[in-house]
Design a protein around this ligand. Structure first.
Ligand code: C2E
Ligand code: CA
Ligand code: CA
Ligand code: CA
Length: 278
């Protein structure tokens, strides 16, 4: 079918317009969600392979949408990162986590460290260390009880803001974790220079463990090197007992995944955290 150049132009123009329009609408909706406190935090345990006890929790944001139900980060985090709302969303998350920890503490619960995901834009467009420091002070939480997770890909740009902020955070006593390790291009020497405490190996590598004989090669190498550099290794996405057993044999330090526990609302995390027998 032969179409005129003009028609093509108008067709694509309209599509482009509608995409932008939809984004503006969804962004306004997220803006409203922040204003009316529709975000809630879920918490997923990480267990220590040696004791089987929960050694920390990862805070994962959810959007309790008034009509569409509970939305997962994939439905709104990428948009928030694109439009810049992630900066404010990130501040809300930090405040909610600290408030929750203070609440657990008041209930007399043993409070384990909580890790918080931070987007690169938060480093570039706000003083995230200052935001953390204020939230910790406001809620009376020790900095040692908070860990920051930063994806490997957000460090590759050799971002000055990021490395400066990471140093500031460490000075405060906040622990640092590399998220989704294995999916980006950072070198272990770079991670060593930035003095990360924890390496979280991406779930794609965990999924390989039971598929092929070579599945454990990556873990073996990473665990050996990470330990030599003084970092703990966490396997993400552990879904089966077989994976958990292999990871324990490979000397992996901590496990996280559906086999251990799904992410849970704060009220459902156990006061005395369950032991997981491996
Ligand atoms: P992530 O930081 O890698 O978090 C782990 C994701 O894997 C979570 O998805 C979790 O529910 C899921 N997961 C846990 N165990 C398993 C498993 O055994 N198998 C599989 N297939 N998946 C598992 P979720 O909660 O949907 O979060 C997705 C991503 O959204 C996170 O990936 C993180 O990058 C981002 N995110 C979540 N919360 C926040 C936040 O508060 N701030 C920022 N900036 N990003 C967040
Ligand atoms: Ca994470
Ligand atoms: Ca991850
Ligand atoms: Ca170290």
């Amino acid at each position: 079918v032969k179409t005129s150049g003009k028609m093509n132009y108008r067709f694509f123009d309209r599509e482009y317009y509608e995409t932008i329009r939809a984004k503006i609408d969804r962004n306004a909706e997220l803006r409203h969600a922040l204003d009316t406190d529709q975000l809630i935090m879920y918490y997923q345990p990480r267990i220590d392979v040696l004791t089987g006890e929960t050694c920390s929790l990862e805070a994962l944001v959810r959007w309790a949408h008034p009509t569409r139900g509970l939305l997962e980060p994939i439905d709104f985090i990428p948009l928030a990162e694109e439009t810049g709302l992630i900066v404010e969303l990130g501040e809300v998350v930090i405040d909610k986590v600290c408030a929750q920890m203070a609440h657990w503490s008041r209930q007399g619960r043993h409070v384990v460290p909580v890790s918080i995901n931070v987007s690169p834009r938060q480093f570039n467009e706000s003083d995230v260390t200052e935001v953390l420091r204020k939230a910790l002070t406001r809620h009376g939480i020790a900095p040692e009880l908070v860990e920051i997770e930063l994806t490997e890909s957000s460090m590759t740009a050799d971002n000055v803001h990021v490395s400066e902020s990471l140093e500031d955070m460490q000075q405060l006593g906040i622990a640092l974790a590399v998220d989704d390790f294995g999916t980006g291009y950072s070198s272990l020497s770079q991670l060593q220079r930035l003095d990360f405490d924890v390496l979280k190996v991406d779930k794609a590598f965990t999924a390989e463990l039971e598929k092929t004989k070579e599945g454990s090669v990556f873990f073996t190498a990473i665990i050996t090197m990470a330990h030599a550099l003084g970092m703990r290794v966490v396997a993400e996405g552990v879904e089966t007992a077989g994976q958990a057993r292999q990871l324990k044999q490979l000397d992996c330090d901590e496990l996280q995944g559906y086999f251990i526990s799904m992410p849970l609302p704060a009220t459902e995390t156990q006061p005395i955290l369950a032991r997981c027998v491996l």
